[in-house]
Every structure is written in structure tokens, then in C-alpha cells.
Ligand binder design. Structure first.
Ligand code: ADP
Length: 633
């Protein structure tokens, strides 16, 4: 039977004061939880207000009840909260005073007894035998169980009170702790005055003004809590939270190598539940975490032996990097009792460092390439203007030179007999011919810019050049070795200009071996990456790595080229030959022709002595039939 019908109730003005106390109490409970950020003590405080609220709420309905049955129902409802009041207060007291460790068992006993009272009171009429009507409304009457219930209630309340009293005595005067304890002591002593409500339960008509005590408690407790808070922020209170806010993993390992403390970061670092580590030997606890188990043990011994601080960086099988530092924890007698390990996960940092190092290398590489390309561009521009200048000069000088030469030859024929004059004319003729050679070289260089391409095999071009030099080769007793590839793809080449290239290269080789030697010509198809060292390795060449090329190598057994000259060989007018023998334009023209064909030329010294000229021409994906003009030869 639940008396939820409105006819069971009539308004009773005596209900107003307890209702006011109820509202104020509820507001305080919620306010404290909010203010203390739902801390454990604040939730306990709220529980206290809740148990008192149950009592006030049920009694308000009981006062308004018009019949004894309804009043009795509400009187019993109140006891869902009333026996729990001392238990909740006791709980709050020992938590706020930091005494839960010593009084935990008592606390459990108090809660069990309180719960037993609730069940018994609701289920039997041993405590509440009925209701009695007073001038303020219906009120419960106690039976025999009151003999047990009231002592329980007051003893527990007294115990809380004594805790506050002793804590207050031990608190350092003037500190927030002492102020808070005093404030709560006063607030709780006042609320005990609410016990006056028990008098009417024994048939004595004393008005139950316990709500006044509750109101006073609200005011006093609110004041104490607002000013001094429920919990003092001491190192002991803050330590566990501070440990868990540290990003580094912190382990405390005692002298027996047992883990005594591990913060939340340990769990994150080792991907385990850090609470499971406590009390375990370090070697077994960290087994399977893939790192540092033996290390830690080893370090522990070392740190113990040395009694000092250690720090180092260690890696794991999973590629993680952890920096570790240790320090010694000492007791009050300064005796070492444990080692503190601080582990900092450096994996991300190391990865970032590695990435930035790689980026730096790549950047350096691009920078070098850019520089190289820049230099080549400058060189190309230089060549361009030198070529234009050379062409202009050569054109102007060519015809007058021809006339001078004709004149010299004519005079030589006419002035027969005079030996002195004949000699002068011969020298003059030689000088003019030398000048003519330079002019022709300059013209070659400047006209090298336009190509007339036909499909032709490189072997054919080489053979043609060798034919032109047959006399020269024989004269110098040159041994000629041909190592041609079986079949070379046809290439779009300007035959005349490519012949000129090989004539230049062969002439240089012949001139490097005046006493005779071996000239070896090799041709082959190659991929750029498997070509001999130093060739086609650099990206600035116009080839992609892996591209197919036709390669011709011209090796001689001459003296080779001095290291400091290798860079200058292709410069216009660079020559080491005596005046009259070299113009220094041969390789300049050669290079410009090769590059116009989209190829490249390198000159290097052979390991066994002598020079090697390497010429590579791209196949560009096709052989026969891809060229615009068919082979004329
Ligand atoms: P020139 O032959 O008129 O001197 P080049 O441009 O053809 O001009 O050659 C420039 C220089 O390169 C030569 O003077 C010579 O010192 C060097 N050279 C070229 N080829 C060889 C070679 N096979 N052996 C040694 N030196 C060489």
C-alpha cells in the first residue's frame, strides 16, 4: 500500500521549516561537489546531506498525513536515510582527516550495522511501533529496538566527534587545516543537537526542532568548506596526482628489486596495467614488454653499488628509444632504500631527428644539383657567345688569310734563288697556315650548332674516321684494336660532324703516343646504371638512370691526363701541345657536337695508364625506322 492519493494529505504549516532546511541542505550538498570538483570527500559530504534530506523529506509528508497509516508509511520511509546519517558522517570524517587507512575496518562495520538497521526497521515494527499525534502532526513511536539503535547512533556520532577533536588538537594552530577542522567540528557538534527529535519518539511532546540544527549546520559547514576546503592540498595529497601527470614513466624499485611504485606513464610506455606491477620483482614484471627488463635490473644493482645517479639512453627490439635516469631514494637516516627510475620515451624525437636529417641530406643534394645545373647554364651561355664571336671573326679573317697565303705561295715561286728570302716566305706561309687552322677550328665550333641527321650506326661513323686517319696510324706504328658490339642500333646522327668528333679523339690519342702504342675502340649498348664508374652517374646529365645508350670508348696507352687538367680539357683554346700542333679547340668542338646529339662525353684516366674517352648517345627507345631521314651511305 503506497499512500499516494492526495486525499491522504492536508497542508500543515509545521512542514515549512523542515522543507526550508531540506532545500538549503540540498543546495549545500550540490554546491560542495561542484566546488571541490567532485572529489571523493566532496561526494561523501553530498552523501551526508542526502541521508539527512531523506529524513527531512519523509517527515514533511508525515506531518501532512491525515491518517495514521499514511503517517506510519512515511515515518518508515525516513529510516531509509536516518540510520545511515552517522555512517556517512563517520566515513566523511575519517576521509577528511586522512585516517581511512587505520579505521577502514571500523568504517565497514559501521556501514554494515547501519544497513542492517535500515532493513530491520523497514521490515519489522521492532523500532517504529506506530505513530502518535502531537500538536505539530503525526510522529513515530519507538519500540524495544530503540535500546540498540540509539546507542549505535550516538556512539558513531561521538566517534566522529572525537576524531575531529583529536585532529584539531594535533593540527598546527593557525594553519588552514586547523581552521577547517575547527569549522567542521563546530558544524557537526551543532547538527548533533538535532538529536532532540528523538525525545518525542518516547511520547514526550517536545517539539522536534532538529531542522534548526540542520540549518545551522548548513551555514557553519558551508562557511568552513568555502574558506578552507574539504581537503588540504598537502604533498601527500598531491603526490599521486602529480606522479600521474608526469609524462615520463616513473618507477621506484626497492633494494630487493621489487617494484614499489609506477605511475600512469609506465603503463603507457610498456603498454601494460601499471598497477599490476606493484610488488612484483622487476625482472618478471617487465618481461614481455620488449625492453629493458635486464637492463633495469642491471642498473638497479649498479646504482645500488655506486649509490649515485645514472643516466643513459637505451633502445629496444621494437625500435623504441628510451632515455633513462635514476636517483636514489633515502630514508630519514639518509640510508638508501630504493632507486627511482625516470624513463623518457624518445622514440618520436629520434624519429623526427632522423626525418629532419634525411630532409637535410635531400636538400643538400638538390642544392648541389641546382648549383651544377647553374654552372652548366653559365658555361653554355659562355660557349654560345664565344661561338658567335668566333664565327664573326673567322668569317672576316678567312678570306684575307686565303689571299695572303696565295700571295706568299706566288712570291715563293717567283723569287727563285735568294735563300734568305725563300726561308722568310716559308715561315710566313707556315704562320698563315697555322692561323688558317685556328680559323677553321673556330668555324667548326660555331657551325657545330646545326645538325643534319640520318640513321646510321656508330660503328660506321667510327670506321669512316679511322679510314681518314689510316696514313697517320700507319706512320706512327699504331696497334688498332676494335671491340665492336655485335649489332648496334641505328642512331640519328650528323655523319660528318660525328666523323669529325672521332677524328679529333683519335688524333689526340695518336698525338699522346708519338712512339706508338695501342688504340682500342669499344662499342656497346649499356644501361646507364651498369656503365663503368664515373659515367652517367650524375643526374645533371640529360639521361635518366636506367636509360639505354650506345657507348663508344676510345682507350690509348699514352701518358694519360694530369688530374688538375681534367676539368679544363673542354675549355676553348686549352692545349698542352706546342704552338703549331694544337689549337685547343678540338675537344670544345667535339663536346658541343656530342651535346647537340643529346649525348655526353667524359675523359678519364684508365687505371692501367693511358686516357679513356667515353662517348654515350641515347637510344631513345628506337632503332631502325625511327629517324626522319634514311641512311644515305
Ligand atoms: P688540342 O688537341 O688542339 O690541344 P683538344 O681540345 O683536342 O686540343 O685537346 C686539349 C688537350 O687535351 C690537349 O692539348 C691534351 O693536353 C689533352 N688531351 C686530349 N686527349 C688526350 C689524350 N688522349 N691523352 C692525353 N692528353 C689528351
Amino acid at each position: 500500500m503506497i499512500p499516494f492519493h492526495l486525499t491522504n494529505y492536508a497542508f500543515n504549516p509545521n512542514v515549512i521549516p523542515p522543507l526550508i532546511a531540506l532545500v538549503a541542505l540540498g543546495a549545500l550538498g550540490i554546491g560542495v561537489v561542484w566546488r571541490e570538483r567532485a572529489s571523493y570527500p566532496s561526494r561523501l559530504f553530498c552523501l551526508v546531506t542526502l541521508t539527512v534530506s531523506v529524513w527531512l523529506f519523509a517527515f514533511a509528508w508525515m506531518y501532512c498525513a491525515v491518517d495514521p497509516a499514511t503517517a506510519l508509511w512515511w515515518a518508515k520511509c525516513a529510516y531509509l536515510g536516518v540510520p545511515l546519517i552517522p555512517a556517512a558522517m563517520y566515513h566523511l570524517t575519517i576521509v577528511v582527516l586522512g585516517r581511512s587507512a587505520q579505521h577502514g575496518k571500523t568504517l565497514i562495520a559501521v556501514w554494515i550495522v547501519a544497513a542492517l538497521f535500515v532493513v530491520t526497521i523497514l521490515d519489522t515494527d521492532w523500532l517504529i511501533v506506530g505513530v502518535q499525534r502531537y500538536w505539530w502532526g503525526y510522529y513515530p513511536r519507538y519500540g524495544w529496538l530503540g535500546v540498540l539503535y540509539l546507542p549505535f547512533f550516538f556512539v558513531v556520532i561521538l566517534a566522529s566527534f572525537r576524531h575531529y577533536l583529536s585532529a584539531y588538537r594535533h593540527a598546527i594552530p593557525g594553519t588552514p587545516a586547523s581552521h577547517r577542522i575547527r569549522g567542521l567540528l563546530i558544524a557537526f557538534s551543532v547538527v548533533y543537537l538535532g538529536s532532540v527529535d528523538y525525545v518525542a519518539k518516547y511520547g514526550i511532546g517536545v517539539y522536534p526542532f532538529g531542522y534548526l540544527a540542520v540549518l545551522a549546520f548548513v551555514i557553519l559547514a558551508a562557511r568552513a568548506i568555502w574558506r578552507y576546503r574539504l581537503i588540504e592540498i598537502t604533498p601527500a595529497v598531491a603526490a599521486p596526482q602529480i606522479l600521474n601527470t608526469i609524462a615520463d614513466a616513473l618507477l621506484v624499485i626497492d633494494r630487493e628489486s621489487t617494484i614499489r611504485l609506477a605511475n600512469a606513464a609506465v603503463g603507457t610506455l610498456f603498454r601494460i596495467d601499471e598497477r599490476a606491477l606493484i610488488g612484483q620483482p622487476v625482472a618478471t614484471a617487465l618481461r614481455g614488454t620488449g625492453m629493458v627488463e635486464h637492463l633495469v635490473e642491471h642498473l638497479n644493482e649498479e646504482a645500488r653499488a655506486q649509490d649515485q645517479e645514472l643516466s643513459l639512453t637505451v633502445g629496444s627490439d621494437e625500435g623504441r628509444v628510451v632515455s633513462l635516469s635514476t636517483s636514489i631514494l633515502r630514508d630519514s637516516a639518509h640510508q638508501p632504500i630504493a632507486t627511482i627510475y625516470l624513463l623518457h620515451d624518445m622514440t618520436e624525437r629520434k624519429r623526427a631527428e632522423e626525418a629532419s636529417r634525411r630532409a637535410h641530406v635531400a636538400l643538400q643534394h638538390s642544392h648541389d644539383e641546382l648549383r651544377e645545373a647553374h654552372l652548366q647554364l653559365i658555361q653554355a651561355a659562355k660557349m654560345e657567345s664565344v661561338g658567335r664571336l668566333a664565327a664573326g671573326v673567322a668569317h672576316e679573317v678567312k678570306n684575307p688569310l686565303a689571299i695572303i697565303l696565295q700571295g706568299v705561295d706566288y712570291l715563293a715561286k717567283r723569287l727563285n734563288g735568294d735563300e734568305q728570302t725563300t726561308l722568310v716566305l716559308r715561315y710566313t706561309g707556315d704562320a698563315v697556315r697555322r692561323a688558317d687552322a685556328v680559323i677553321r677550328g673556330l668555324l667548326d665550333f660555331s657551325t657545330a650548332r646545326e645538325l643534319e641527321q640520318t640513321s646510321v650506326s656508330l660503328d660506321t661513323v667510327i670506321e669512316q674516321a679511322l679510314l681518314l686517319l689510316k696514313h697517320e696510324l700507319d706512320r706512327c706504328h699504331m696497334t688498332l684494336v676494335r671491340l665492336y658490339a655485335d649489332s648496334l642500333p641505328l642512331l640519328p646522327l650528323d655523319r660528318n660532324k660525328m666523323e669529325q668528333v672521332f677524328v679529333n679523339v683519335f688524333m689526340n690519342a695518336i698525338q699522346a703516343m708519338p712512339q706508338g702504342g695501342t688504340l682500342t675502340v669499344t662499342t656497346r649498348v649499356a644501361r646507364l646504371d651498369d656503365m663503368s664508374q664515373g659515367v652517367g652517374r650524375r643526374k645533371s646529365d640529360r639521361f635518366a638512370v636506367g636509360e639505354r645508350v650506345v657507348v663508344a670508348e676510345v682507350d690509348d696507352t699514352g701518358p694519360g691526363i694530369a688530374q688538375e687538367m681534367l676539368d679544363k680539357l673542354f675549355d676553348p683554346f686549352f692545349t698542352t701541345k706546342p704552338t703549331g700542333q694544337g689549337t685547343g679547340l678540338g675537344l670544345t668542338v667535339t663536346k658541343s657536337i656530342i651535346e647537340l646529339h643529346g649525348g655526353f662525353i667524359r675523359i678519364s684516366n684508365r687505371p692501367g695508364g693511358g686516357a679513356r674517352v667515353t662517348i654515350a648517345l641515347a637510344i631513345h627507345g628506337g632503332t631502325n625506322g625511327h629517324q626522319a631521314n634514311p641512311d644515305r651511305g
